[in-house]
Design a protein around this ligand. Structure first.
Ligand SMILES: Cc1ncc(COP(=O)(O)O)c(C=O)c1O
Length: 341
């Protein structure tokens, strides 16, 4: 008999609960030891002081790493906060916000909160950039690149064409870009309507600290600053983010391991008769055309292996699986062979 109740997807595992967590695209490897030292140093009596509302040290470090001027950078409490700030700063009730679907589900929620009108443009089956996105004449267009849940990447040249075509702001959500081949960062500064969002939650293994960066024209970022909480990024997170950017080697090494495991996972899922799109992220989308994958996700959860199933028609026959450690992926594949094989 089971000692504990089955894990409910979406819940945080309780203390001591050993689950293989492949459902929210966290990094399976620890952050840089320099980040942990910086956190220990920042956990001092100085926490009585407010954090720097402008996160100047972090922005200076990010400017050096990414080659973007400091006044083109804004720090946020995760890129989720930055997404919300973009809409809060630019959208009036009834304004249009466009994005290709399926994509990151938070966009829908944030537009609804702001009273905007969502224009969803369906991706084609290969998840190439859908024509018609610019025709929406939206005030804000989101492009999740690499896209979640597909893992696919729109090449930089096409992102630039889109940026020139859209009527308003183009937000390129690059949460997963460190796992990919190209980025739209080169458009920042060149095209005043482009905002590139980055997070420390994925490649830098810092999801628990909630750190994101927005890169864009200073006039655009000024609008975001007026609607943000003054002290939006706490002292410990600011210190950790600076340290993370001072040790890019650890991040790159973790990314390299994940990319290698991603290749194995993709090949082995194909052996199990899943269709897997080429992924440029730290997850893959695995599809068994016409076969509902909700029971598979459920059966995996009963074995304490969590993957993501989206209960929407376009993704009913698919699972999104985060690339974990090699051992986690072996356990997943063994379980999957038993369940879905
Ligand atoms: C596409 C995308 N954007 C943004 C985020 C949120 O990142 P953060 O943890 O920085 O808020 C996620 C998290 O899963 C994501 O998948």
């Amino acid at each position: 008999m089971r000692a504990v109740a089955p894990y409910v997807p979406g819940e945080q595992p309780g203390p001591g609960r050993r689950v293989i967590k492949l459902n929210t695209n966290e990094n399976p490897y620890p952050p840089s030891p320099r980040v942990l030292s910086a956190l220990a140093a920042a956990a001092s009596a100085d926490v009585r002081l407010y954090p720097d509302p402008e996160a100047k040290a972090l922005r200076a470090r990010a400017a050096a790493v990414y080659g973007v001027p400091e006044d083109h950078i804004l720090a946020g409490n995760g890129s989720d906060e930055l997404l919300a700030l973009v809409l809060r700063a630019t959208i009036d009730p009834g304004d249009r916000v466009a994005f290709p679907v399926p994509t990151y589900s938070l966009y829908d929620t944030l537009v609804a909160v702001q009273g905007g009108e969502v224009v969803r443009v369906a991706f084609p089956p290969d998840f190439g950039l859908p024509p018609g996105l610019a025709a929406a004449r939206a005030r804000v267009t989101f492009l999740c690149n690499p896209n979640s849940p597909s893992g696919t990447l729109t090449p930089q040249e096409l992102v630039e064409v889109l940026a020139r075509e859209v009527a308003g702001v183009l937000v390129v959500d690059e949460a997963y870009v460190d796992f990919a081949r190209s980025s739209a960062m080169g458009l920042v500064g060149r095209l005043p309507n482009v905002v590139v969002l980055r997070t420390f939650s994925k490649s830098f293994s810092l999801a628990g600290l909630r750190i994101g960066l927005a890169f864009g024209h200073p006039d655009l970022l000024a609008g975001l600053r007026t609607v943000k909480d003054s002290y939006n990024l706490n002292r410990l997170s600011q210190a950790a983010a600076v340290a993370a950017l001072e040790d890019m080697e650890t991040m790159h090494a973790n990314v390299a391991r994940i990319r290698t495991t991603r290749q194995t996972l993709t090949a082995r899922l194909r052996d199990l008769r899943y269709e897997v799109l080429p992924s440029e992220a730290n997850f893959v989308l695995a599809r068994r055309p016409g076969i509902d994958q909700a029971p598979v996700a459920h059966a995996l959860a009963e074995r304490d292996i969590l993957v993501r199933h989206f209960a929407v028609p376009a993704l009913q026959d698919a699972l999104r699986i985060t690339v974990g450690t090699d051992a986690e992926i072996e356990a997943l594949l063994a379980a999957l062979a038993g369940i879905a094989g």
